[in-house]
Design a protein around this ligand. Structure first.
Ligand code: MSP
Length: 531
């Protein structure tokens, strides 16, 4: 396969302050699908995720629980790693900000910024949101509260180091002007440009009020502001800022995938830090929307009240990894918020997976067994209906590629499902059960069987980034278990000479939606009582 070069994608590093929910899963699933898509296309991929473990909030939670902060995060991080292992998330590295490799390298980044003359000692007086670990100015508050989480802010005053963010305002504006793709979607870019144009203040980058953080070089009574620590992960995980093979190979990052609420940190603070440390800037920051529950951002506190189950562990246990991943990628439009409900999820799983895809495979494989003794036959006839199917099947990969380049996962999947639905319709149009009754129609029947098998083969390649285990199960039934699914083969028809189809288990069992919703409701009630 042609080597396309490198591709580096990251998720935010999540706070291990409590277990992750469907919102975090959504972001990681998108990054995983993109990483798998790029690998399939022949890129040398670096997919990074991890955990952001320092800060006052974690320290406070640990004290409440009567354990050390390290003990506290170790337990939650183990759960996060288990979740990603269960979901077969294909990350190449998992960075924890409490790791020595990270802490030492962040101190080096700090030193470079300090030596540049960009970090100075001053006094901080401001309004601080403990929950978001963010300082706000009076004008940024919404109804006197944190504009991100709506919680009250508190006045804080302490000796602190400052980063001369203001010095980089012009270069940031130039970055947005000259690289329209640096920050997408465009609406987010406009917000950030307005934010910078309003006038940027220097950023307070150290704290003395708690000690769960990375010590400031040469002044260890200060710990670094958690966002300086956290943002650096994208560089430290590669061995940066030092000149080393991995860092040189993958940096600058192709895409920092983040939720819209942290776009500001990634598209202003992070580039300014890199400019100060004389390091190249990431190529792109992509802000995705939120999953909403009853109109509000899904969060742990919502989970305790809600009726919809948002714990990914429970959902995977009931429906499997692929169904959950498919739902998240197919249902939501990148960049926009979307409502999450169990009903919407179950309907997607039933209609698209059990009905459309599951039925197409089981109908096709059963007919090949029944009419052709399991052997995928040769196609020796061809009419306009065949032409239409073949043209569509061999044209989908290019469309998927186009959609994926824009992170339009839902539309990429829709392209694939257009083919699946077309193939189901092809069966109805060709009525193979009638052809089978007439010996003189044997060649035509064979063509139908072959064309369906080939269409499914193409589908099995196209879905690899989103549902790789389903792809494997399909290929098993199509007699392709020993043939690796290769992207280039999705552009070609008639690649299945000598294959033997064999019926296996249903890909996705049909869900009785009403009954299932009742069970989920009961489960949610019992979880509420536990909380
Ligand atoms: N630790 C910081 C990120 C540092 S990155 C250098 C942080 N962590 S977090 O645990 O709060 O995770 C935030 C991210 O989780 C969001 O940016 C988003 O990707 C994802 N989501 C959390 N809740 C979400 C929804 N309700 N909906 C969609 N994504 C959500 O911020």
């Amino acid at each position: 396969m042609e080597n396309k070069g490198t591709y580096y994608i990251s998720t935010p590093i999540y706070y291990p302050s409590s277990n992750l929910h469907i919102g975090h899963t959504y972001c990681t699933v998108m990054a995983d699908a993109m990483a798998r898509f790029k690998r399939l296309q022949g890129y040398d991929v670096m997919f990074l995720t991890g955990t952001d473990e320092h800060g006052q909030k974690i320290q406070t939670k640990a004290i409440e629980k009567g354990v050390t902060p390290q003990e506290y995060v170790d337990e939650i991080v183990a759960g996060i790693k288990d979740l990603w292992a269960t979901m077969e998330i294909s990350y190449d590295d998992f960075i924890r900000t409490t790791e020595q490799r990270h802490m030492e390298r962040v101190q080096e980044i700090w030193k470079r910024m300090y030596e540049k003359g960009d970090i100075y000692l001053g006094t901080y007086e401001g309004l601080y949101c403990k929950e978001c670990e963010a300082f706000w100015t009076e004008s940024q508050l919404v109804d006197g509260c944190c504009p991100d989480c709506g919680r009250p802010v508190m006045k804080a005053s302490e000796e602190a180091y400052f980063f001369k963010m203001s010095k980089y305002a012009d270069r940031l504006l130039e970055l947005f002007r000259e690289n329209p793709d640096f920050l997408v979607p465009e609406s987010r870019r406009n917000e950030m440009v307005a934010f910078v144009e309003q006038g940027m203040e220097d950023l307070c980058v150290s704290r003395t009020s708690f000690d769960w953080g990375i010590p400031v070089p040469n002044d260890p009574k200060h710990v670094m502001y958690v966002w300086v620590d956290a943002l650096s992960n994208y560089v430290t995980a590669l061995g940066g800022p030092y000149d080393c093979e991995k860092f040189n190979k993958y940096w600058p990052c192709d895409c920092h995938l983040v939720g819209k609420e942290i776009v500001r940190f990634h598209s202003l603070i992070w580039p300014a830090m890199l400019m100060s440390a004389d390091l190249p800037l990431p190529k792109q920051v992509r802000g995705h929307g939120w999953l909403l529950l009853g109109g509000e951002k899904v969060s742990k506190s919502k989970a305790a009240k809600g009726e919809d189950i948002i714990d990914p562990v429970i959902l995977i246990d009931r429906y499997g990894i692929d169904a959950l991943k498919f739902f998240l990628l197919r249902e939501y439009t990148f960049g926009q918020d979307g409502s999450f409900t169990n009903e919407v999820m179950l309907k997607r799983m039933n209609f698209d997976l059990a009905n459309d895809l599951g039925n197409l495979l089981s109908r096709t494989v059963s007919m090949i067994e029944k009419y052709c003794g399991g052997e995928v036959p040769a196609a020796t006839t061809r009419d306009e209906i065949d032409d239409e199917l073949i043209e569509m099947a061999t044209g989908v990969a290019a469309k998927v590629e186009e959609r994926m380049n824009e992170f339009q996962f839902n539309l990429a999947l829709e392209e694939i499902w257009t083919l699946i639905r077309r193939a189901n319709k092809y069966i109805d149009e060709k009525t193979p059960w009638i052809l089978a009754k007439d010996e003189s129609k044997k060649a035509e029947l064979d063509t139908v069987m072959r064309n369906l098998a080939e269409s499914l083969r193409i589908v099995s390649i196209l879905i690899i980034p989103y549902m790789h285990t389903t792809s494997d199960r399909m290929r098993e039934q199509l007699g392709l278990a020993d043939v690796e699914g290769v992207w280039e083969d999705a552009f070609e028809f008639y690649k299945m000479d000598g294959c033997r189809a064999k019926k296996g288990d249903q890909l996705f069992p049909r869900i009785d939606i009403d009954k299932e919703l009742e069970e989920l409701y009961a489960l949610s009630e019992s979880l509420k009582n536990k909380n």
